[in-house]
Design a protein around this ligand. Structure first.
Ligand SMILES: Cc1cc2nc3c(=O)[nH]c(=O)nc-3n(C[C@H](O)[C@H](O)[C@H](O)COP(=O)(O)OP(=O)(O)OC[C@H]3O[C@@H](n4cnc5c(N)ncnc54)[C@H](O)[C@@H]3O)c2cc1C
Length: 394
């Protein structure tokens, strides 16, 4: 099958989908509403289920050159920094067939944009906001606004990779844009210069510190020049409808309060970051189908998830890999998208559910936390790692 694919959104999902669909032989047009792909976001862990697909798309080398491969995941008790477990990642390649990486989101996006620019059959249009979508027997038409100019674009099928508040999802009748619900948790993200932190914190490792209703993840990025911090707290904050901005620095006091009784090393990280930005964490129930006719959803538009398994971008990348396989296997776009949905919906729903469960596991208190800590010590690193085989080895 050949033809023209339209993609809404040039996040990690849309860009990877473009590479995958172009590799399957299609012409691809991506429309992204922001005029500049900014230094937005922070660090991402890229797990082997995602890096395996990037390799298939000839994008792994570009990504790896900007990433670090952590040697281990260290799980510590928040209040005193006691080691609960150290999961070695040196064997990731052997165990799961692909590397485990950490990378700045902007660097990952840049690597993907570079690959997109090299592909003769992909065009990326920035500052292009997609509004309406209509679909008929022979194709899909979208309305695209570029400044004051409104255009129409036609393709054989459409991929909505337009994130949590997806307009494409709304048009498919799979829920309003503002229906994502606040999870009761807020992630604060910051970066500190590696020179300003203790040597132990510069190790090429992912460190996860667990406390009551609170956890902290940190790892180095950009050749070890910076340390990426993600602090998650439970909070009653609610967004007003359609109102995303949040003044992270204004709420530093509640962040400091949440970590007040933690080990000095962790507190130093919390206090040491000049600027924190906050991401209220949203959730949406899993949907049974990711496609309808010639339109399909991908990434956060399809299955937004809590970040506690570090899987949002990884699942978007998995979507892209599956989409390419299904497009290659069928000459009919609607059939290919239906097959894609069948393949991806159950797995994405499972990952969404497991990420939610992980949130409860991380934030346990009292006897439950004691049991969790004891359990991790008794299980040992190898058996703990085995619990991720279904996810990373797929
Ligand atoms: C605290 C935190 C930590 C995380 N850590 C990890 C991690 O370690 N590993 C991991 O895999 N994931 C992680 N994630 C999740 C990950 O960042 C997201 O799941 C992923 O980036 C989603 O990519 P996407 O392309 O689907 O959506 P987005 O990145 O939201 O991209 C959507 C794009 O569509 C564009 N768009 C929207 N509407 C329109 C329109 N109408 N017209 C044109 N363009 C439009 C937007 O401008 C945007 O560029 C984390 C998330 C958080 C909050």
């Amino acid at each position: 099958m050949t033809g023209r694919a339209l993609i809404v959104g040039a996040g990690i999902g849309g860009l990877t989908a473009a590479l995958a669909i172009a590799k399957a032989g299609f012409e691809v047009a991506i429309f992204e509403r922001t005029a500049v792909l900014e230094e937005f976001g922070a660090g991402l862990q890229l797990t082997p289920n995602a890096t395996r697909i990037l390799e298939r798309l000839d994008a792994l080398e570009a990504v790896q050159s900007r990433a670090l491969a952590p040697r281990a995941i260290c799980i510590l008790r928040g209040r005193d920094g006691a080691l609960l477990s150290r999961l070695p990642l040196e064997s990731a390649q052997r165990r799961w067939g692909a590397p485990y990486l950490v990378i700045h989101r902007a660097d990952l996006q840049r690597a993907l944009v570079e690959r997109v620019a090299q592909a003769p059959n992909i065009t990326l249009t920035l500052g292009a906001e997609v509004g309406g979508v209509t679909s008929d027997e022979s194709g899909v038409t979208i309305g695209v606004k570029r400044g004051a100019i409104g255009l129409r674009e036609r393709g054989d099928f459409l991929i909505g990779a337009d994130g949590l508040r997806s307009i494409i999802r709304e048009r498919l009748g799979l829920g309003g844009r503002d229906e994502a619900s606040f999870s009761g948790r807020v992630a604060f993200r910051a970066q500190v210069g590696a020179h300003s932190v203790a040597e132990r914190l510069r190790e090429t490792e992912v460190t996860l510190r667990l406390g009551t209703k609170t956890h902290l993840v940190h790892y180095p990025l950009r050749e070890g020049a910076i340390v990426n911090l993600v602090a998650v707290i439970e909070s009653g904050w609610r967004a007003k409808k359609g109102d995303d901005p949040w003044d992270g620095s204004a709420d530093r006091a509640s962040l400091a309060r949440a970590f007040a009784h933690w080990a000095p090393q962790a507190r130093a990280l919390i206090d040491g970051a000049a600027e924190w930005r906050a991401w209220p964490l949203y959730d949406r129930p899993a949907i049974p189908s990711l496609a309808s006719g010639r339109v399909a959803l991908l990434g956060d538009a399809a299955h937004p998830m809590l970040p506690f398994l570090a899987q949002g971008a990884a699942q978007a990348i998995e979507d892209a890999g599956a989409l390419a396989d299904c497009l290659k296997a069928s000459s009919d776009p609607s059939q290919a998208l239906a097959a894609y949905s069948q393949r991806r919906a159950p797995r994405a729903a499972r990952v969404q559910a497991e990420a939610k469960a992980q949130a409860r596991f991380y934030h346990m208190s009292g006897p439950l936390a004691l049991g969790r800590n004891l359990g991790m010590r008794m299980l040992g690193p190898d058996r703990l790692l085995r619990r991720f085989d279904w996810l990373y080895g797929a």
